[in-house]
Design a protein around this ligand. Structure first.
Ligand code: NAG
Ligand code: NAG
Ligand code: NAG
Ligand code: NAG
Length: 206
């Protein structure tokens, strides 16, 4: 560290090191930098804290996103009524619905996660009967423009292929389509998901 400062000082202060200004400069200059680092750290901390607070918000979903979720529900089959909390009711907040998580970043509430995987497939022998079925990657999901996590594991795509529209869910970081009765080829559109950090397509060996 000290060596770095010294080599910098060479440009500002006359050499040799024991020049009378050297010590003054050495102690003043880093103090400003420490202050600056401190301010930057505080700023990051504030942003982090705001972000965490935001993610626990539980009301105020956008009508547009609520409609998208209702369209989604209407487009798939839910034989065991797992999505019974997804209701049209006036003033109903879709952020409180089963499997829906909203983030409230910078004061804007957006649906950010859809966790529709079955919670305990290994402890429930009848889990297959409670699977959501059909076009589970339905175009209505495209209206959820801040969707970050999509978990459809242990549901039933009924042997269909992953549709190319998956590549348009461009905010996705987590995509879990494991054990969901998909088949066929993986569309190259998946490569458009540049924010993707976790992808699970596991399933039975065929
Ligand atoms: C979202 O955050 C903003 C600003 O932080 C706050 O005023 C607002 O009440 C929050 N909305 C919800 C629904 O929590
Ligand atoms: C998706 O949901 C399943 C079942 O609830 C869970 O085991 C799995 O960890 C989830 N995947 C991710 C990426 O969180
Ligand atoms: C998967 O989808 C096919 C086609 O609809 C169906 O016949 C089958 O029962 C489904 N489930 C499993 C576990 O393969
Ligand atoms: C995504 O990728 C596919 C194939 O790799 C490409 O044809 C398409 O133009 C890309 N863009 C979008 C928005 O899907």
């Amino acid at each position: 560290m000290a060596r770095t400062w010294r080599s910098r000082l060479r440009f500002r202060e006359p050499w040799p090191l024991h020049h009378p200004h050297y010590y003054r400069c050495y102690y003043q200059f880093p103090a400003d930098l420490v202050m600056l680092c401190w301010l930057i750290m505080m700023a990051f901390l504030l942003v982090e804290v705001a972000g965490v607070e935001a993610s626990v918000s539980s009301e105020g979903c956008l009508p547009r996103e609520k409609d998208a979720l209702l369209h989604y529900k209407a487009a798939i089959r839910d034989p065991s009524a797992r999505l019974s909390s997804w209701q049209e009711a006036q003033g109903d907040d879709c952020c409180a619905w089963t499997g829906v998580v909203c983030y409230n970043k910078t004061g804007r509430v957006r649906v950010a996660e859809l966790n529709l995987g079955i919670t305990n497939p290994y402890q429930d022998d009848n889990w297959w009967e409670t699977a959501l079925r059909g076009e589970l990657l339905h175009p209505s999901l495209l209206s959820l423009t801040h969707l970050h996590t999509l978990n459809l594991s242990f549901n039933d795509f009924e042997g269909s292929q992953i549709p190319p529209l998956v590549g348009s869910l461009h905010k996705l970081s987590y995509l879990d389509l494991s054990w969901s009765n998909l088949s066929g080829t993986i569309p190259p559109h998946l490569g458009n998901l540049t924010n993707l950090r976790h992808l699970d397509l596991s399933g039975p060996k065929l």
